[in-house]
Design a protein around this ligand. Structure first.
Ligand SMILES: N[C@@H](CCC(=O)N[C@@H](CS)C(=O)NCC(=O)O)C(=O)O
Length: 223
């Protein structure tokens, strides 16, 4: 008998610590979609990954009935369109554009700055530290007094940012700052997100993320 995942025809090519992959896992969980999870070895990529994402050769890739969808934010939007229960994007076009702007902001700023924070030393590191605090404060400004970025309900921007909460500990430790102290409202939002099953089951323990970054540093001779 076909499993629920086979019936839905959904496969996710992913890598456990990837914030981009975690976005897809959160969105699928929010929609209650069953899927087959396939962990990739990014050092030795599978023929399936290379076939499904020949352009970027990166995870995540969502395969739906044999057809690939690449790039996490595009995948989350696809999931939102195909499974219309619990909508993630707002229905109002202006609000939708705003949500896409902030998700794009996260893509352009958070990951890049986080990488500078654990990779660089000296002045460049100090600059990354300042940039990260500013980025988090800008995000907090958009959150304001709302429960979620999406307002009363968990939405597209929440999905885009939530995986990075597991990276906060790494950013804090490498940057010697505290999200709790710098961005109280953002820290409270992160705790609210963690309380959601979709997030807690998709996002890994911050200490494991830190351990993973430690291994990367060793690999790149950055210790
Ligand atoms: N913009 C892409 C980024 C995906 C990405 O950077 N994936 C990384 C893992 S976190 C990857 O597959 N890296 C393998 C490589 O670069 O060879 C998205 O949003 O999906």
């Amino acid at each position: 008998m076909a499993t629920a995942a086979e019936k839905e025809g959904v496969v996710l090519l992913d890598f456990w610590v990837s914030p981009f992959g975690q976005r897809c896992r959160i969105a699928l969980a929010e929609k209650g979609v069953e899927y087959e999870y396939k962990e990739e070895n990014l050092i030795d990529k599978s023929p399936l990954l290379l076939k499904m994402n020949p352009i970027h050769k990166k995870i995540p890739v969502l395969i739906h009935h044999g057809k690939p969808i690449c790039e996490s934010l595009i995948i989350v939007q696809y999931i939102d369109e195909v499974w219309s229960n619990n909508p993630l994007l707002p229905s109002d076009p202006y609000e939708r554009a705003k949500a896409r702007f902030w998700a794009d902001f996260v893509d352009k700023k958070v990951y890049e700055c986080g990488t500078r924070l654990w990779k660089l030393k000296g002045e460049a590191h100090e600059e990354a530290r300042k940039d990260m605090i500013e980025i988090l404060k800008l995000l907090e400004g958009e959150l304001g007094d709302k429960k979620y970025f999406g307002g009363e309900t968990f939405g597209f921007v929440d999905v885009a940012v939530a995986p990075f909460t597991a990276w906060f500990y790494t950013y804090e430790t490498c940057g010697k700052f505290s999200v709790d102290e710098e961005c109280l409202k953002l820290a409270a939002w992160a705790k609210r997100c963690k309380g959601r099953e979709s997030v807690s089951k998709s996002v890994h323990d911050p200490h494991k993320v830190y351990e993973f970054v430690g291994k990367l540093k060793k690999k790149f001779g950055l210790e």
